[in-house]
Design a protein around this ligand. Structure first.
Ligand code: ACM
Length: 725
């Protein structure tokens, strides 16, 4: 199916009103339409507009589509459109070419072999910025792959691709003034980023070295990519990292780092004016290539350590009365902004650019949660929301046991879809206007090839498309799920190696302390899904109950649930242990320190009935930087026969099993008796996500129940929940 060259007819509002097609479809079959993003207003009328099998939209001979550009349409929103399909014809109108383009994408999505369903659609996006980000530094992806992504993005009305072009993994864009950036540091010794990064002889290699891994975009490649994107109404925002994440630059040009030596730093020397010459030269060449109003200057995770002792940086700090190194970073970002403004462009950066003072007109990309975005919006700065817990597509999208190795986290599509970029509880309506939109980031440390990249991005990118476009009040997971499922084969037809959704069952819990019970809800991302379950830990069979309403647990249940298709169990059953146990809501006292970043909602997190899931970021797991030593007060001396607690390990981000867990009990709170010590069975070098439950069985009288978990590896220990019977 090809799209037409359009011949527009410009009409006034009045003429347009007179020229509306007045045909209607006879009452017929009302088909299910699977549009993503869901339009702002849609009426499916019933019946189809019949089309030839070799349909060419707007074919002059058939005159099937009437295009109208009406500059006053939709208050001039350049992306809005109206589409009327009747059994007699198709009319598409918009204020601009972009609006018509989006109307055509809707038509492409509506097309079926039976014809185009008769619909009346009035549509425009919720946000002007709907983006994906791609890291081409850690692993390089050629222009053909970028174009493939652009094609799919436009089909789903995503309008921004943020290209992370430079980082320690390799510099990826030809620069005429600094040729060594591509001849010397665009290739490296090892394709596997982790192996290379951790390796003793981590090195870049000259272009052309046999076996070297890497690549870069020539200026001609970039021009082609930009042209391809522009034709699809997508803006490409280039990112060049300053002042951190720039290790490769100082191998090619060591004089730009504080040490003057290669392989010793990742940060530009701010006290050296040559750094600014480099920045302006590079940005000038970038501006020439990319028409984007926004230029991304990075700004994240600078080490800043070398600045503290560098004579040049220290001298600059003294001259300018700066009180800390954050102000050095801010100085560089301010200068970048002045330069970009002088060229008619705007600066955008990661939320660390707030540190040391935000540049006057900067737009902030909030990735460390939403805090940076909220703070910036309150200060009157524009914001793109891209928080790690929802919008990092390098995170796992299903149980890590079933997935290719990833950086960590756990963001199934349902969680991604649940994200609302406007933090309504934190911003006023006026401040919220600064939230320009949403973006998902795909960092590629662990993503080595195109297939894996597509697998991580899709179908989650469809959630981003809908978050960015559809009014919040019209979005629901239940409504999105069937449409998203229907789009899996569509993605496959576009050649995308999409994740085809998980057979896992999602369990959510509602603890009711008045009724002393826990309701358990089951859900699947596949649709339709026949979910069958057991509550006694046995494997569900084709005759186990079908899930159709919440399961009520008044004591203990070991729920196992799975999808069944044609009587066959799909995948591995998902297990969830649920206990309305005797420790719920009992007071707890900590003899050790809680880590404030991982309180899991507060002091009663270990005794709230909710069990942590597959990521320590889910707000259920409580984290500690040293030992855990806590005491639960049961209120009176009681008979206790089972105590258990569960810990996780994920060594990538530094989460380890404790060396051992000890249970102690006491009747008076003074004299404690050890009831046993259980050592960990998980190796501290096992890099996979794993869990261990430490269960103590016995017959004890106690009022106080003490759990001690010993830290043996430097890092975090994480636990949830302490179950007491
Ligand atoms: C980032 O993830 N360092 C922006």
């Amino acid at each position: 199916m090809t799209l037409p060259k359009r011949s527009y007819k410009k009409v006034t509002g009045l003429a347009l009103a007179c020229s509306l097609l007045l045909f209607s479809c006879a009452p017929k079959e009302v088909p299910q339409v699977n549009l993503i993003p869901k339009p702002a207003h849609i009426e499916v009328i019933g019946g189809y507009f019949k089309v030839d099998s070799n349909l060419v939209f707007g074919n002059e001979q058939s005159g099937m589509i009437r295009y109208v550009v009406d500059e006053s349409f939709g208050n001039g929103n350049p992306e809005g459109y109206e589409l009327n399909v009747t059994d007699k014809g198709i009319e598409l109108r918009a204020a601009s070419e972009t609006g018509l383009f989006y109307g055509e994408q809707t038509l492409r999505q509506l097309y079926t072999p039976k014809g185009i369903p008769c619909v009346s659609i009035q549509d425009n996006p919720r946000f002007p910025y709907r983006g994906l980000h791609l890291d081409v530094s850690r692993h390089f992806f050629p222009k053909e792959e970028v174009m493939k992504l652009l094609n799919v993005m436009s089909y789903y009305k995503l309008n921004t691709l943020h290209m992370h072009l430079t980082d320690a993994g390799g510099w990826r864009i030809q620069m005429d003034k600094y040729p060594k950036l591509t001849t010397d540091v665009a290739f490296r010794t090892e394709s596997d980023w982790q192996k290379w990064w951790d390796g003793k002889d981590r090195k870049y290699l000259p272009e052309g070295t046999p076996g070297a891994y890497g690549g870069y975009f020539t200026k001609e490649d970039i021009r082609e990519i930009v042209e391809y994107a522009t034709a699809r109404h997508i803006n490409i925002i280039p990112e060049i990292e300053f002042p951190g994440h720039s290790d490769e630059v100082f191998v090619a040009y060591p004089e730009l780092g504080c040490t003057g030596k290669p392989y010793t730093t990742g940060d530009f020397c701010i006290g050296n004016e040559k750094s600014f010459t480099f920045m302006e030269d590079v940005l000038s060449e970038v501006i020439e290539l990319f028409p984007s109003e926004y230029i991304h200057i990075g700004g994240d995770e600078a080490g800043k350590g070398a600045w503290k002792t560098c004579p040049k940086c220290q001298a600059l700090m003294r001259r300018n009365g700066m009180k800390d190194v954050d102000e050095l970073q801010s100085y560089m970002i301010h200068r970048a902004e002045e330069f970009l403004i002088s060229k008619g462009r705007k600066l955008i950066g990661w939320d660390e650019i707030l540190e040391g003072g935000l540049a006057p007109e900067a737009t902030v990309m909030s990735w460390r949660g939403e805090e940076g975005g909220i703070k910036s919006a309150r200060m009157g700065h524009d914001v793109i929301m891209t928080p790690g817990g929802y919008m990092y597509f390098d995170f796992y999208q299903a149980d890590p046991k079933t997935q290719p190795y990833a950086i960590g986290g756990y963001t199934p599509i349902k969680r991604a879809y649940s994200y609302n970029p406007v933090p309504v509880d934190s911003l006023t309506a006026e401040e919220s206007k600064h939230i320009l939109g949403v973006q998902a980031n795909t960092w590629t440390e662990y993503i080595k090839d195109e297939k894996h990249l597509e697998y991580m991005m899709f179908p989650r990118a469809l959630a981003v498309a809908e978050i960015g476009w559809t009014p919040q009040e019209d979005r629901s997971w239940e409504d999105f799920k069937p449409r998203m499922n229907a789009n899996i084969p569509v993605l496959q037809r576009m050649g995308i190696n999409t994740f085809t959704l998980s057979d896992e069952i999602e369990t959510t819990m509602e603890v009711d302390t008045l009724r002393k019970e826990i309701k358990v809800m089951l859900d699947a991302e596949k649709y339709p899904a026949e979910i069958r379950y057991t509550t006694d830990g046995s494997i569900p069979t084709a005759s186990s109950p079908v899930y159709d309403s919440p399961i009520v647990v008044k004591d203990s249940a070991d729920i196992k649930a799975a999808i069944f298709r044609d009587g066959q169990l799909q995948g591995t059953p998902t297990e969830k242990k649920v206990d309305y146990h005797r420790g719920i809501n009992k007071p707890i006292h900590y003899n050790s320190k809680l880590y404030s970043g991982y309180m899991a909602g507060g002091m009663n997190a270990l005794l709230d009935g909710y069990r942590g899931g597959l990521t320590y970021l889910d707000g259920r797991w409580q984290g500690y930087l040293n030992d855990l030593d806590c005491v639960v007060d049961m209120g009176e001396v009681t008979d206790i026969h089972k105590v258990s607690s569960r810990f996780m390990q994920l060594i990538g981000p530094g989460v380890f099993q404790p060396g051992e867990v000890e249970l102690l009990t006491s009747e008076d709170g003074e004299n404690y008796t050890s009831r046993g010590i259980i050592p960990t069975t998980v190796s501290n070098t096992d890099k996979d996500l794993s869990f261990q439950e430490y269960t103590f069985n016995g017959d004890w009288k106690a009022r106080y129940v003490c759990i001690k978990a010993k830290e043996v590896n430097k890092g975090f220990i994480f636990t949830d929940e302490i179950v007491i019977w």
